[in-house]
Design a protein around this ligand. Sequence first.
Ligand SMILES: Cc1ncc(COP(=O)(O)O)c(C=O)c1O
Length: 474
Amino acid sequence: MADSWVNSWVDPARHIGADLHLELDGPDGRRATLIRALRDAVRSGRLAPGTRLPPYRSLAADLGVARNTVADAYAELVAEGWLTARQGSGTRVAERAEPFEGSARVAKKTPARARGPRHDLRQGTPDASAFPRAAWLASYRRALQQAPSEAFGPGDSGGRPELREALTEYLARARGVRTEPGRIVICSGFAHAVRLLFGGGVLRGPLATEAYGLDFHRELLAAAGVRTVPLPLDEDGARVDLLARERAVLLTPAHQFPTGGPLHATRRAAVVDWARARGAVILEDDYDGEFRYDRKPVGALQGLDPERVIHIGSVSKSLSPALRLGWMVLPERHVDGVLAAKGEREGWTSVLDQLCLADFVAKGSYDRHVRRMRQRYRSRRDRLVATLDEQAPHVEVTGIAAGLHAVLRLPPGTERSTVEAAARQGVALDGLAAFRHPRTDMTAPDGLVVGYATPSDHAYAAALEALCGVLPPP
Ligand SMILES: Cc1ncc(COP(=O)(O)O)c(C=O)c1O
């Protein structure tokens, strides 16, 4: 008798595929061993109540046992109440089969899905209801049909060549990035890139970061043992003239996060000069570079010096953060180090998702989606500005030329109480203080960071109403 068995079959009633591993080793005869194995599978919860078991014949064939052995085992378990057998619907796990105490424990520990706020105006997520499901599915289907057999083996840690080629063309055209496929390494997003670069020993601190930035990224860096040095900001962006002995600087040049302005052209040139003179590296976080509304697109800083800038992008704002797909465009000298940090095989991002994104980009679906979303976000932004103009003209809206969030300037001393009042009214948003580097001397004026992409279209008007309701009076 086989030692173990993994079978998969499609349950037509539940419309799911089920996979089951049965341990069939043991001193008893085949029938008794099979009964025990099935009983254990039900008891442990691996076979859920209602699950349809495979027909005698196919299970017998899979296990290399006689059909009668399976029939006898099923009959015994029906008699014991573990299974039910009904004409026409086959043999199923009984609905009242004894629940697994372990799974009950797990269920108790697993928190109920937290109910979100009534109005979600936090920055960070694109409009999830606008994910291009049909186009993504079409790309997935084509990718699956056309993938060579070797694509189903362990992936190359640099990423699929199809995706690196598609990105080379796209990033050059849309973002002004100068590269070639061999310098692109696919990763699961910006956070993963930071882990690889610093956790993997490719770069070392101290690292200069903007005085206001994503706290999550600062935490990642701290966890990798990197000391971050805050760079103050002014109306032209990060004060790169204050860079000194750091080995690297992390910037959001196209759209400072969270305050919203681009890095001024003279500062762009100055930071590249600094990196050249110091032998340092610039990390360019191009998190929402595609979404510019009013002004000419701000190209990637990487275009100024591909040997000094690591350009990092992802689909988290353009498509969805759930995909966990991103890329690093590297100076040649860092490619091997990043590949070594990633490991010999692709252990992070699904090769099929990579192929799907490659098709999505190459067929123009990515451009189409970005254009569509740009229009949608622009009209949301316009609506935010118009609503505030009407209902709270004393509140200035800034950082609106790009991205998926704006900053609302508040009267001094009112930021915290406004965020708290908003929370009480079911409006989730952050104040600027939430993004402040703990060791900076700089304090930005009071402000709210309002993400206007997160609510779905139908929820947006109510979210703006609620927002206006919690703003401080003039
Ligand atoms: C400032 C900033 N950088 C980068 C990202 C992207 O992070 P990731 O690619 O890890 O999802 C985000 C969020 O989307 C962000 O807000």
